[in-house]
Ligand binder design. Structure first.
Ligand SMILES: [Zn+2]
Length: 336
């Protein structure tokens, strides 16, 4: 059913710029042998060159010392490890580490499948980066080669991968993307009763207007599932939508589930939901001529066709790439 434009409850969420179209085609590893380091030298390197970074006494930058063996070419710039302690937020900490907002957004997106920054990241947690040294002259690339976030007893590592066009991605050392899983459909529906449309004739108001979602017809009471994990940004009634739930999913996504007959028990604003969790049941509340789910997917606050919108993918690397990637990731992880 056509609906009035939903007012996004959080205008400040979802400013991530990166699209998630991952492609393994023509991809190449960015790692070069110069980043290799003998694990036995790690302890020496750790203590040797501690220096305070910027004005933060708690933060450190240290050189990931080249292997002292004769095999290491002495002129090769070695990657540098930098660490910062979280004071208020991820963005604040990585800014202190010298990353620009674009890189910060890329990393936030890459970690969003593993860490809920608002809930899991606490003051005192540590963020460490392996970066190319300034003298390497890679001014175009701010992207850290490796990133570790330590949240309490758990540490999460991601490693940089560039495709042949140079576009950066971050994967776990197994070559898996940690961008969250996102299902296409929130329920077992019978048919699409009304498609996403920029403009269409509204059967109720008989006016031309856009249809910001898709109508999925199903018997009343059919369970509706969260298509990705998220936080309940709105739960209640809205004109047109009837009983509606808005989920703030990992950036840049937001999803809307309308015309519900009822909500899942215990669900409230601010509650965290998992992918696949039942959040409500199909109904015909609001402007609905029959039981169906009106489902919207917003990307950076812009409604997209839920049936065709690009959703995060998994395991973008092929087997050969993964093996090579894992080897290089091990070397970088040893620096952290
Ligand atoms: Zn609709």
């Amino acid at each position: 059913m056509p609906l009035p434009a939903f007012v996004a409850p959080s205008a400040r969420s979802g400013k991530v710029i990166l699209a998630c179209a991952l492609s393994s085609v023509c991809a190449a590893l960015i790692f070069s042998p110069q980043h290799a380091k003998h694990p036995a030298d790690q302890d020496d390197a750790a203590g040797a060159q501690s220096a305070s970074l910027n004005r933060e006494a708690a933060d450190t930058a240290r050189s990931a010392q080249p292997a002292s063996s004769a095999s290491a070419p002495e002129a090769t710039p070695q990657p540098v490890v930098r660490s910062a302690t979280v004071k208020s937020s991820f963005a604040e900490a990585v800014e202190r580490l010298g990353l620009d907002s674009r890189t910060a957004a890329l990393l936030a997106h890459a970690f969003s499948g593993e860490i809920d920054f608002r809930r899991d990241l606490k003051p005192g947690n540590t963020i460490s980066l392996v970066v190319d040294p300034p003298e390497a002259g890679n001014a175009s690339s701010q992207n850290p080669l490796a990133v570790r976030i330590e949240t309490g007893s758990t540490s999460h590592d991601l490693f940089l991968y560039r495709n042949l066009e140079g576009k950066p991605f971050y994967y776990t050392k197994d070559g898996a993307s940690t961008t969250p899983a996102f299902s296409r459909y929130p329920l077992a529906y019978e048919r699409v009763s009304s498609e996403f449309a920029l403009r269409r004739l509204d059967p109720v108001t008989h006016r031309w207007q856009s249809h910001d979602g898709v109508d999925l017809a199903a018997p009343a009471g059919t369970p509706v599932h969260a298509t990705a994990r998220g936080t309940v940004a709105f739960i209640g009634r809205q004109t047109g939508y009837g009983k509606v739930i808005v989920l703030r999913n990992p950036p840049p996504y937001q999803t809307v589930f309308a015309h519900l007959s009822r909500f899942a028990k215990g669900l409230h604003r601010g509650a965290h939901v998992k992918q696949g969790q039942v959040i409500g049941y199909v109904g015909s509340t609001g402007w609905a001529t029959g039981p169906h789910l009106h489902y919207e997917v917003h990307v950076d606050s812009v409604p997209k066709d839920p049936l065709t919108v690009a959703l995060p993918g998994k395991n973008p690397l092929d087997a050969a790439e993964r093996a090579q990637f894992a080897k290089e990731a091990d070397r970088l992880a040893a620096l952290l």
